[in-house]
Design a protein around this ligand. Structure first.
Ligand SMILES: C[S@@+](CC[C@H](N)C(=O)[O-])C[C@H]1O[C@@H](n2cnc3c(N)ncnc32)[C@H](O)[C@@H]1O
Length: 385
């Protein structure tokens, strides 16, 4: 089976995590940008990538790279591609695009030209043409066009991989699943110690932690991917990959995962989401103030994503909350590594502890940081700013 370039897109800022995931899975890294990593492989390889990647958004299999200076040139180049090998003539096609080229003002026009070329080609070859529209639950093609450079892809994910399928009850300001997975990976928590998540909201961090701790492939939760709508897709391989992934997953964890929130509706939603993700028996949920979250012996990580004023709450009130988080860390959390994920640096200062590390993220376009605090035990002093 022939190899091609495979571009995996990711939310801005997650490329370092995605790159590491690819290397761990044995894939080469050809290049990295702020919102994607390029690797290579056969079309069949996209099955395991879709099954296993936690921080990727879309797995795009490159079919053709060419240059075009006008919409007509784009059409001719795309029409020359054997789409009938990939897109079923009785199927349904969605074309997405990322376009930044002088001759095109509206990227929807480029998508339309691309769609026309594909369906015209298929009609010419088979006498039938697939339906088309915006739904991404069947065949999806992606067009990249920057200046003269064009790349045509099969989108083997369809719906983005961040839609794991477990978040049935989102609340205000939930964290995207891919971002939550990257935050857990940034803490290096691997299921060994305890994972505490006060202010858990809809539970995304705790659920992603459970999936990571169990080594459970996130794609096991989904039943539909773009590759399933590519002609002749390898169903047998998919069954084998799923079986293998299930065998590699742990059944239980040595540590405890505890997720709490002051809002009963948040805990209700988090419980439902965890049940859909199949990890509800692993997470101990509780309705309480963050400072009353039980802290089991044995240490581990404690991750908090407090509101940061851009989308929820008022800054002044939040100053007291951040100061309280610092006091809680200092007084109660010795032996743990503390993390605060926030998009407001001046609120973060109110924690009044010196962060050991600060990892850069973006959440819904807002620049955020994951601040790490070592909360030493015993005689070693907690470092103050
Ligand atoms: C930014 S949201 C967390 C979002 C979460 N990471 C997710 O993915 O859904 C902050 C949460 O803190 C909770 N909260 C605010 N003040 C609290 C307090 N004093 N104690 C516990 N939870 C609190 C809110 O109810 C809200 O659910």
């Amino acid at each position: 089976m022939h190899k091609s370039k495979i571009l995996i897109t990711c939310p801005k800022g997650l490329a370092p995590f995605l790159k590491q995931e690819l290397l761990n899975l044995g894939f080469p890294v050809l290049s990295e940008s702020v919102a994607g990593v390029e690797t290579e492989g056969a079309l069949d390889d996209t099955l395991s990538l879709n099954l296993r990647l936690r921080t990727g958004h879309r797995v795009l299999f490159q079919l053709k790279e060419f240059s075009a200076n006008s919409a007509d040139e784009l059409y001719r180049e795309l029409y020359a591609l054997a789409w009938e090998k990939y897109v079923p003539e009785d199927g349904y096609l969605c074309v997405t695009s990322s376009v930044d080229t002088p001759s095109i003002k509206d990227s929807r026009f480029a998508s339309l030209k691309c769609k026309d070329a594909i369906v015209d080609r298929i009609r010419e070859q088979s006498g039938r043409r697939p339906d088309s529209g915006p739904a991404r639950d069947r065949s999806v093609s992606h067009l990249y066009w920057k200046d003269e450079l064009c790349k045509a892809y099969l989108d083997t994910s369809g719906e983005p991989l961040s839609r794991r399928g477990y978040r049935k009850m989102p609340l205000t300001a939930p964290m995207q699943e891919t971002l939550a997975a990257a935050v857990v990976l940034a803490t290096n928590w691997n299921g060994g110690g305890n994972f505490l998540n006060p202010l858990c909201g809809s539970g995304t961090l705790a659920i992603e932690a459970a999936l990571i701790g169990l080594n459970r492939a996130p794609g096991l939760l989904r039943s539909n991917f773009g590759f399933m709508h590519i002609k002749g897709w390898n169903e047998r391989l998919w069954r084998e990959l799923r079986e293998q992934a299930k065998k590699e997953a742990r059944a239980s964890l040595p540590g405890r995962i505890i997720a709490t929130d002051i809002d009963p509706a948040a805990i209700e939603a988090a419980k439902k989401n965890a049940a859909t993700a199949g990890v509800e028996q692993l997470i101990e949920f509780g309705v309480c103030d963050y400072a009353d979250t039980p802290l089991p012996d044995g240490g581990g990580v404690i991750v908090m994503n407090p509101p940061y004023g851009e989308r929820m709450g008022e800054i002044q009130q939040l100053e007291a909350a951040y100061k309280g988080i610092g006091d809680y860390f200092k007084q109660k959390c010795r032996g743990y590594t503390g993390y605060v994920f926030t998009g407001n640096p001046s609120l973060a200062k109110k924690v009044s502890l010196k962060p050991k590390q600060s990892v850069h993220f973006f959440n819904s376009g807002i620049e955020c940081r994951l601040l790490e605090y070592d909360l030493y035990e015993g005689s070693k002093k907690i470092k103050k700013t």
